[in-house]
Design a protein around this ligand. Structure first.
Ligand code: ADP
Ligand code: ZN
Ligand code: ZN
Length: 838
């Protein structure tokens, strides 16, 4: 018991004032001490949410979490009172508080930032300013006409928000100003209305009274109803859906009323009578958010190779806490995971299964649901606040022992984890870039596991260099599975030289004749194709042929992307939109053309080349709506679609029977991206998307990669599925240039609206860090690829810290101190410095 009274039971109540150190959801690097009102002391527990006033004149209301309870007042400021306790039982566990602290230190951010991202917003309260008529007001003052109107309205209502008042007075009335004046005249009172955001959605259900779960009683009842055939029929209907004697637990779950009164009035009135006579009872439950009516999975039998992999993993867990599971695409890693999850659950521990954002929305969840039913929670960012809160509370209550989720699922309140699976562990979407904490879910998962003595399984067909290196060093276990399920084999990968085809004029728009041939044959065979271009929109540039003007974003240093469907130019960095110019804004020429191509253009051209075919596109633009992604997948799976064009969204986790061809565009751009991980990423992306082809026995897949340079060694390695070769080559590079896994990287980004100030701050910071850490460890300041975003000028400093030689923690603390110096320097005010670790 962590309540205050217990902690300080040896002290006389009257003499102590209790204090609580709270995590506030604001970017200030410390805890805040508040006073605990007397009556609250019994209730308050570490990990509970509370509501507190904050800011000048207590103008803000915040949701905070109790991190520490004690009896010493803070120094330097007068502690304010906590206004309310929201949880009788803590919603944040001790493990989580530890996690928040660790993350704020490791990722160089504020603990409040961590909490802010960790708690689903449904667990935070919302507050709104409301205005109320002051009943003591008796018109001693003159009122303006607008004030009169507002006051008349306010008298009619208990209270109104600023928005509501705004609507009443319409345009022209400056509500805040008028209210301010009314407050001055003591005509109205302004207060903060605080609400919990989470509202469960309840549905009414019906069940047979407990008495009739007993066979004897039920028979008596049915006999009694012989004379009332309609009522008997209703009870029989119920029993057909819910056989109560076999499973009373099913009876307790009840049934939707609508299933019983099948739209005839007679059964409705019979049901009403049955309820009145207490044969049935009605009750309310929180509506389940996830389909709970899927047919259960018929027993899956692991193949010999899969069973062996599962056994090896378990055996290695005896010695290792982390095991890397390297299994090629289509080898059935998911089935192996399911086997391991079942074992962990049987051992009474919790399980967390992490998946990248996109992969999670589809097929795999359905597969898991068939096995684990409603014992499994799903945590996804496309879910509403309420759904996320329910999963959170379900973990606390024990309803969900197993959660499958995206990276933010590492924040769920687990306290007894036995196994964490990080599927597609190489995926970059496990890293959060904005806002802080800029964490990597794989690495956080390892910390969680470490604290809770759980095992971690990292799975991938193309492991990250970092993880594979650790396995090579013997720090992780390693289990490999190089056989596709069934008799399916990996697809044949062919390179198409687009430079050659251009010379011979056999290209049709962006399509090589080789690819067009294959697409045509695939259409004839009624097999499906996937086309991958990692760029959305119609084309990335718009340029004037006469004067070379290009359309650029006014706020960022990038060209605007042309979106034909919406006839717009858009900035993919800041969201700026503008109309497409008919003539060149510089020279007036009408020869304004588009250069380069994105998914939209490919879709367009395909439709012209194959007018009879059915084509779908999957990218950020077509999947904004909540279920859009699933719909595309379902349509494609249903087979009514011949081709799917998409960005990296289509590279992950999709499992279609009928896909036998994959076409890849612009491979060179992926390979030559200026980043030390570019080669690794290109290999991963191309291997993963290739892996979508030929996943069923008897239908060998084919992959065509369009490139201007087929000789590149990385392409050869992709063709040969030579992960090992790629690894050897890349790891050597990393070692030579001291990049991860041989060092830790911290990137500092400095930004300011004035380029000179931004540079000045960056240069000073770089100089200070170079002095302390040595020249070889500090790179920059340098302008990043896009050096201006949202009218802020950016500079990057890259810091490499060797694991062995330096105390990383101390270095981080030192860097943070230097950053704080700059942020408090008057001349450099308003500079923003963002630290991104790893
Ligand atoms: P991976 O994740 O390794 O790419 P999946 O787990 O998606 O591979 O498996 C590929 C396909 O093979 C899936 O459709 C899966 O249902 C099927 N599959 C794999 N193993 C089995 C098995 N033991 N029994 C039946 N089907 C299997
Ligand atoms: Zn021009
Ligand atoms: Zn922009």
């Amino acid at each position: 018991d962590t309540s205050l009274r217990t902690l300080f039971s040896h002290l006389e109540d009257e003499e102590v004032t209790f204090f609580a150190d709270l995590i506030l959801p604001i970017p200030v690097p410390r805890l805040f001490t508040y006073r605990v009102p007397r009556g609250m002391a019994e209730l308050l527990k570490i990990g509970a949410r509370v509501i507190v006033p904050f800011g000048k004149n207590n103008g803000r209301v915040l949701t905070a979490v109790v991190a520490r309870l004690h009896n010493s007042p803070p120094t330097g400021y007068q502690a304010r009172y906590i206004s309310e306790v929201l949880d009788e039982y803590p919603l944040v566990t001790g493990y989580q508080l530890e996690l928040f602290r660790w993350m704020s230190e490791y990722y160089m951010c504020c603990i409040g930032d961590v909490m802010n991202v960790a708690l689903p917003s449904g667990l935070k309260i919302s507050s709104q300013s409301k205005v109320q008529f002051n009943p003591d007001f008796d018109y001693p003052e003159l009122l303006t006409p607008v004030e009169e109107i507002l006051l008349t309205e306010l008298k009619k209502h208990p209270a109104l928000s600023y928005d509501e008042l705004g609507r009443l007075v319409g345009e022209g009335g400056n509500v805040p100003a008028v209210i301010k004046s009314l407050v001055g005249k003591k005509a109205v009172i302004v207060f903060e209305e605080v609400k919990e955001k989470y509202v469960p959605k309840m549905i009414r259900k019906i069940r047979l009274h407990r008495t009739y779960e007993e066979k004897e009683q039920l028979l008596v009842l049915l006999q009694r109803l012989e004379k009332l055939p309609k009522q008997q029929e209703v009870v029989m209907r119920y029993l057909r859906h819910v056989p109560v004697q076999i499973t009373p637990s099913l009876n307790q779950k009840g049934l939707d009323k609508s299933i019983l009164n099948q739209d005839d009035e007679l059964s409705q009135s019979s049901l009403t009578t049955l309820i009145k006579n207490q044969v049935f009872e009605t009750f309310e439950v929180i509506q389940p958010r996830f389909a709970d009516n899927l047919a259960p999975q018929t027993e899956i039998r692991l193949t010999e190779a899969q069973r062996q992999a599962s056994q090896d993993i378990m055996a290695q867990f005896e010695r290792q806490n982390i095991v890397l599971f390297h299994g090629i695409t289509g080898s059935g890693k998911t089935e192996v995971y399911i086997d391991l999850i079942q074992q962990a659950l049987a051992g009474g521990t919790q399980v967390l299964y992490l998946l990248p954002e996109i992969a999670l929305t589809t097929q795999i969840v359905v597969r898991l649901q068939r096995v684990f039913g409603d014992k499994m929670g799903i945590y996804h960012s496309k879910f509403s606040d309420n759904e996320r809160v329910e999963v959170w509370k379900g973990v606390v209550s024990g309803q969900y022992q197993f959660v499958v989720g995206v990276r933010s699922a590492v924040f769920l309140p687990f306290d007894n984890l036995g196994l964490i699976i990080v599927d597609e562990e190489h995926e970059t979407s496990y890293k959060q870039h904005d806002p802080a904490p800029r964490y990597h879910a794989r690495d956080v998962a390892m910390m969680l596991a470490h604290w809770q003595q759980a095992k971690v399984l990292l799975g991938s067909a193309t492991p990250s260099l970092e993880s594979y290196y650790q396995a090579q060093q013997g720090r992780y276990g390693l289990v490999e599975l190089f056989q596709r399920f069934g008799d399916a084999t990996l697809p044949d990968i062919l390179l198409v030289d687009t430079r050659q085809e251009k010379k011979q004029k056999t290209m049709k728009n962006e399509f090589s004749s080789a690819l067009l041939n294959e697409l045509e044959m695939n259409l004839e065979r009624k097999e499906q194709s996937i086309l991958f271009q990692n760029r959305r929109g119609y084309s990335p540039y718009m340029q004037c042929e006469d004067c070379d003007w290009t359309a650029e974003c006014p706020n960022c240093a990038v060209s605007l992307t042309y979106h034909q469907r919406d006839a717009e130019l858009r900035c993919h960095y800041c969201g700026h939109k503008e109309a497409v110019p008919r003539v060149c804004p510089v020279c007036g020429s009408t020869k304004v053309r588009t250069i380069g191509f994105g998914t939209e253009k490919l879709e367009d051209q395909l439709q012209i080349i194959f007018p009879q075919s059915r084509i779908l596109r999957m990218d950020l633009d077509t999947t904004r709506a909540k279920n859009a992604y699933q719909q595309i997948i379902q349509e494609f799976e249903g087979g009514q679609v011949d081709m799917l064009v998409g960005t990296q969204m289509i590279t992950k986790g999709l499992d279609f029977d009928n896909v036998s061809l994959v076409g890849i565009f612009d491979a060179d751009r992926l390979i030559h991206f200026p980043d030390f991980r570019a080669t690794e990423r290109a290999f991963q992306m191309l291997t993963q998307v290739s892996g979508r082809a030929g996943r069923r026995a008897g239908r060998k897949g084919k992959v065509l990669i369009q490139t201007t340079n087929p000789q590149q060694t990385i392409l050869q390695k992709i063709i040969e599925n030579d992960y090992r070769g790629l690894y050897e080559e890349e790891i050597q590079e990393r070692q030579n240039f001291n990049y991860p896994p041989f060092s830790r990287l911290i990137k500092l980004t400095i930004r300011h609206a004035d380029k000179a100030i931004s540079l000045q701050a960056a240069e000073r910071l770089a100089a200070e860090l170079t002095d302390a850490l040595g020249e070889s460890r500090v790179l920059g300041p340098e302008e990043p690829l896009v050096e201006r975003i949202r009218n802020q000028f950016l500079f990057d400093i890259l810091i490499k810290i060797e694991r062995e030689k330096m105390n990383v923690k101390a270095v981080k603390a030192y860097i943070q101190d230097r950053i704080n110096d700059i942020l408090t320097d008057k001349g450099l005010r308003q500079v923003t410095i963002v630290a991104d670790v790893d």
